[in-house]
Write a protein that binds this ligand. Structure first.
Ligand SMILES: Nc1ncnc2c1ncn2[C@@H]1O[C@H](COP(=O)(O)OP(=O)(O)OP(=O)(O)O)[C@@H](O)[C@H]1O
Ligand SMILES: [Mg+2]
Length: 297
């Protein structure tokens, strides 16, 4: 169901175990109301992809996902014709002594719909609800793809030469994410509502860890979140995200740890930090200092 306020957006997301801050819930609510795409940028592992997943679950529709990569082209994003099946149909028809016209070969059943096209069509399993399309990591795609995307986004329609123009009856909710490996064009951003997603405050991260790593004892969850907050304060190449906070709490619980101590932190540091330089920086006396540090805000 479509949320009717920012508060219901927050509650409905929480029901999917996604805990958003008010700012994010506001921009999401507006994206739904104003039928505008949502552009999310932020550090890795802060819940950009998970937000789109939670949104689709909240609306009761299957998430359509387009993972971007270098060389992604319009055909793989939009549609392709199923040539092997078309040829098979042609041969079968010929075997029956028929001569099928071109039209019978360019039918819906031979159209392989890719996420971008599917997003323009209604979800048979969820009538009356907008489709949710995640265009993940747009910064990995090439610029021509971005230009093509802009075209689709401005019209919510595509033209298939053999069929005609397909126009969305209801614009899908489109979530575009970027990890900022390059800047995305202003023209694309201008069409979207923008949200920068940073690390959550202590309270919200604790809520997330409690929901996603319930096997960890409450005191351990608290200590882990506090430690991570302090760890984010030191100069690291890649600070741990929310994903790492969850993983770490689960790892500690799996090892039977009920309270953090320098040894258990050292043994599991690889769950938090994935670069040798960062590991070296955090190890040794730093662990003890971080463990003893003041409670973060
Ligand atoms: N606000 C949140 N509430 C609940 N769980 C969250 C939240 N944010 C992140 N998570 C959890 O953290 C995991 C990682 O988040 P996600 O993969 O969405 O990050 P991301 O920003 O897309 O990262 P990347 O840039 O690496 O793709 C999710 O699987 C989810 O379990
Ligand atoms: Mg992601």
């Amino acid at each position: 169901m479509l949320p009717d306020s920012i508060d219901t957006t927050l509650t409905q997301l929480a029901a999917q175990q996604y805990f958003a801050d008010r700012e994010t819930a506001t921009v999401l609510y507006l994206a739904l109301r104003m039928q505008r795409p949502l552009f999310l940028e932020g550090e890795p592992g802060v819940g950009k992809t998970a937000l789109a997943q939670a949104m689709a679950a909240m609306l009761g529709t299957r998430l359509l996902r387009l993972q971007c990569y270098e060389g992604l082209d319009a055909a793989s994003a939009l549609y392709e014709w199923d040539y092997p099946r078309q040829i098979m149909a042609l041969r079968l028809a010929e075997a029956r002594g028929e001569r099928p016209g071109e039209q019978s070969l360019y039918r819906d059943e031979f159209l392989l719909k890719r996420p971008l096209l599917e997003a323009l069509l209604p979800d048979p399993a969820a009538p009356g609800v907008p489709r949710v399309l995640l265009i993940d990591e747009i910064d990995r795609a090439d610029e021509p793809f971005e230009a093509f995307l802009l075209e689709v986004l401005s019209e919510y329609q595509v033209s298939i030469p053999e069929i005609g123009v397909l126009r969305a009856e209801r614009p899908p909710l489109i979530v575009i994410t970027s990890n900022r490996t390059r800047e995305v064009h202003d023209a694309l951003k201008r069409r979207c509502l923008y949200q920068w997603m940073g690390y959550p405050d202590r309270q919200r991260e604790l809520q997330i860890v409690a929901a996603r790593a319930p096997e960890a004892a409450a005191a351990l969850q608290r200590q882990a979140v506090d430690f991570i907050h302090r760890l984010r304060g030191i100069d690291l190449f890649k600070a741990p995200g929310i994903a790492e906070a969850i993983d770490w709490s689960r790892a500690l619980a799996a090892l039977g740890v009920t309270e953090l101590d320098p040894q258990s932190v050292r043994d599991t540091l690889g769950v938090l930090l994935k670069y040798q330089d960062d590991l070296a920086r955090a190890d040794g006396p730093t662990i003890a200092e971080l463990l003893a540090g003041p409670t973060p805000a």
